[in-house]
Every structure is written in C-alpha cells, then in structure tokens.
Design a protein around this ligand. Structure first.
Ligand code: UT7
Length: 323
C-alpha cells in the first residue's frame, strides 16, 4: 500500500514582529486581555515586498533543503491559502515559478483555517492514487492584509507566515505500523458562513474586503467540531488518545486548544502550542507548529501525530499520521 510520508519541513516568517504592547497604542485593548483570552503574545506582520507567495516560497525552499531534495524532484505543489497574491493565477503556480519549476502541476485549496488539513488530505489522495510521487504542501497567509485594523475584536488575533512539508510516496504494509498518513477526515457546513467571513470578493464587491468574525459563536462550535473529526480518526484507525504522541492543533486560541485536548483526554505536555509566538496564521498555523516541534526534536520518527483544525465556512478536519 502506498503511504504519504513526511520527508521534510520548513517555515518562513516576516521580518517584523508586532507585540501586544504595540497593539495597545492602535486600538482599545491590553496585553492582559489578549494573553488571558487567547494566549497570543506577539505575531509577525508582512512588510513591503513580503507576500503570501514570497513567504510560501521561503517555507518551500526550507522544506526541500531539509528533505535533501530540489524542485526538480517535486511533481505537485498544493498551497492552502485564503490570502493569495492575486485572485488568479493560483499562489501555488506563482511559487512553482519562483522555485524555477516548469514541470508537474500546482494549485491552491481554500478552506481558511482548515486549509492545511484539506491540502494534506488532497496531497495524500493524489499520492495514493498514483498521480504524484512527491508533493510540496504549503500553508501560507498574509491575514494582516485583510484585517480591519480599527476592529479590536479581530485585529489582535491574526498574523502572517508560512509553513511547508514534503510528502513522498513510500511503500507501506497497510497497517498502523506504517509511516505516513494513516487517516484523514474532512467536514464542512456552509450554514455557518456569517460567523466568520470576508466582506468582499471579486464577484460581489469587486474589493478584497475585511475579515469579520463573531468570535464567541466560532468559539462555541470549535471544541465540538474538533472532537468530532478526531473521534472519527480514532474510529478509522483503532487508535485512542493514549496512542497520540503529539497533538498539533490549529493555533487560533490557547483556550480552544486546551479545551479540545482536555475533552479528548490528551495531556497538555503532548500538545504543541505556538499561538503565543505567531497568533492565528490560518492555513499556516499547523505547518508552523509542526516544524517547531519536529525542528527541536520533540516529534521523532515513528511518533503518532494528530493534526486538527476548524475555521471559516465552517470547515474542519483532522489528519492522523506516523512521522
Ligand atoms: O481560526 C479560526 C477560527 N477562529 C477562532 O477560533 C476564534 C474563536 N473565538 C475566540 O477565540 C474568542 O471568542 C475571542 C478571542 C475572539 C474572544 O474571546 P471571548 O472570551 O469570546 O470574548 P468576547 O467576544 O465574549 O468578548 C468579551 C469582552 C467584550 O466586552 P463586553 O461586551 O463583555 O463588555 C468585548 O467587547 O471583551 C471585549 N473585547 C476586547 N477587549 C479588549 C473584544 N476584543 C477585545 C480586545 N481587547 N481586543
């Protein structure tokens, strides 16, 4: 059985750090409120010349380096983003060109904060279907460019950045002992559109628009939806919470991360948290967290790693893999 195995990982962050203290001088907020309600202490903000594609390119190059590969070895690039450089062409095609890659194919997936989980699921399907052998899966965002910087209920929450992994087709035995992606679970429900959306777009206002969120409403749904897809991942594999070495959740809010881990029975020592450093970077948050924990040696070969996310749409999903 063909499995999609992680062969490399990498990240890229903008140069500029924006602290909670700086936000205090921009809107009516406080470091204390932001830390208490979200766990966020700082976020990175893209400056001039830094875009979703440039950050995605940086993360992709780092992941290729780590894998000991070059763009010539890749046959598919999937970019998860809701903040593309342009309406079209796809940011994935832009990054393909930046990498000097003129073979294979590239496309974007758009599932907001669940984007990376959707992109890994898509890459895994292409790999297992025999349509690709090595896939660069990138989560890249510049949410700072769609924030309303006068709205304190949203502008303190988000940040910019990119993370990438290289997934490679490897032969497995078809058992849970295999390395690679073991199950993926995706869900969406468009009835929740108005709770988290951007109030513009090419086909409606002809503008880029700004992010609008009923935070409390999103919060109310988050833990239940995350638990739903994680339980489905357990049902599909026979694993239980005790088998999980590392939970790498979407980084929206420390309270949602803690609440989900508690409900699932996963101890906090096994949960990777980077929301304090990056804020919510939407589709980039999971690969940024994954690279942090794999880079410092916490995640080791053979470990069972659980990824999960929930976001705009609503979309939600989980990926269970052996590193
Ligand atoms: O990534 C995809 C999905 N997104 C999420 O998962 C985000 C989910 N939601 C959340 O993380 C939380 O709901 C927030 C962090 C957005 C808000 O936390 P909360 O505990 O739900 O606060 P709240 O919205 O109930 O607001 C509490 C109070 C309000 O004041 P009143 O009405 O109680 O007087 C807000 O006006 O906090 C006020 N407030 C702020 N105060 C200082 C809202 N934003 C701020 C702020 N600084 N930045």
């Amino acid at each position: 059985m063909i499995r999609s195995v992680v062969r490399g990982f990498g990240t890229a962050l903008p140069k500029r750090v924006l602290t909670n203290a700086e936000l205090e001088s921009m809107v009516d907020t406080s470091d204390e409120w932001i830390v208490q309600r979200t766990g966020i202490r700082q976020r990175y903000i893209a400056g001039e010349g830094e875009t979703t594609a440039s950050l995605g390119e940086g993360a992709a190059r780092a992941a290729l380096d780590k894998a000991g590969l070059t763009a010539a070895d890749i046959d598919l690039i999937i970019v998860a983003t809701s903040t593309p450089d342009n309406t079209f062409p796809a940011t994935a095609v832009n990054i393909q060109n930046r990498l000097g890659m003129h073979h294979g194919f590239a496309f974007d997936v758009q599932a907001v904060c669940s984007g990376f989980v959707y992109a890994v699921t898509t890459a895994d399907a292409y790999i297992r279907g025999g349509l690709a052998k090595r896939v660069l899966v990138i989560g890249a965002e510049t949410f700072s460019r769609i924030l309303d910087w006068t709205d304190r209920t949203t502008c303190v929450l988000f940040g910019d950045g990119a993370g990438a992994i290289v997934l490679e087709a490897q032969e497995g035995a078809g058992t849970n002992a295999d390395r690679g992606v073991l199950t993926t679970q995706l869900r969406s429900d468009g009835a929740h559109r108005d709770k988290l959306f951007v109030d513009g777009g090419p086909s409606t206002t002809g503008t880029v628009g700004h992010l609008r969120m009923e935070g409390r409403e999103v919060f109310k749904h988050a833990v239940g939806m995350i638990t739903d897809v994680v339980i489905s991942s357990f049902d599909a594999t026979g694993f239980t919470a005790d088998d999980i070495d590392w939970l790498v959740p979407h980084q929206a809010n420390k309270r949602i991360i803690d609440g989900s881990a508690k409900k699932l029975g996963i101890p906090l020592e096994k949960v990777v948290v980077t929301v304090d450093q990056h804020g919510n970077t939407s589709a980039a948050s999971i690969p940024l967290a994954l690279a942090a924990a794999a880079g410092d040696g916490r995640i080791k070969e053979g470990d069972i790693v659980l990824l999960e996310a929930m976001g705009g749409g609503f979309t939600w999903g989980a990926v269970l893999l052996r590193w």
